[in-house]
Design a protein around this ligand. Sequence first.
Ligand SMILES: [Zn+2]
Ligand SMILES: [Zn+2]
Ligand SMILES: [Zn+2]
Length: 165
Amino acid sequence: MRMTKTCARCKEQKPITEFRWAVRGKYRGSYCGDCERAYAREWSKTETGRASRRAKEQRAYVKDPSRRKVAAKKFRDKRNDQIFEIYGRACSCCGEAERVFLTIDHVNNDGGIERKFHGGNEQFRNWLVKQARLPQYQTLCWNCQWGRRINGGICPHELVKAEVG
Ligand SMILES: [Zn+2]
Ligand SMILES: [Zn+2]
Ligand SMILES: [Zn+2]
């Protein structure tokens, strides 16, 4: 029995065990393990490869719809993380740093750009994350954001600060 085999891709002679079984116990593949992995990597970047991966995801979603939610949440978490990386990880008014309390606020309260995104906040954030830091946005906690809105654009915190200092 031959204990080495020549890879059809890199043309190197390699131990037979580096070739995966094409049919278990009968034939081994003609590419060595390294070349198979390289080939799979290249293929996954082609149009067909990407389409095939999407189709696979799609089938997984049909089988288990909760996966779509999990994937969407993962996407949102990562995107929000990038946004707070740009605009700061704490409220720029009170310093609150608990993620679930934080949101992105329009400094001048005019929301002009946001209004273009009829799909709402998610589309706005998908757009925002692709921009360089824009001066008209800041990280605020919900308390401070609502405080500003209700209080004519000035967070009650600032009034307290003004009184003290
Ligand atoms: Zn090879
Ligand atoms: Zn705050
Ligand atoms: Zn505040």
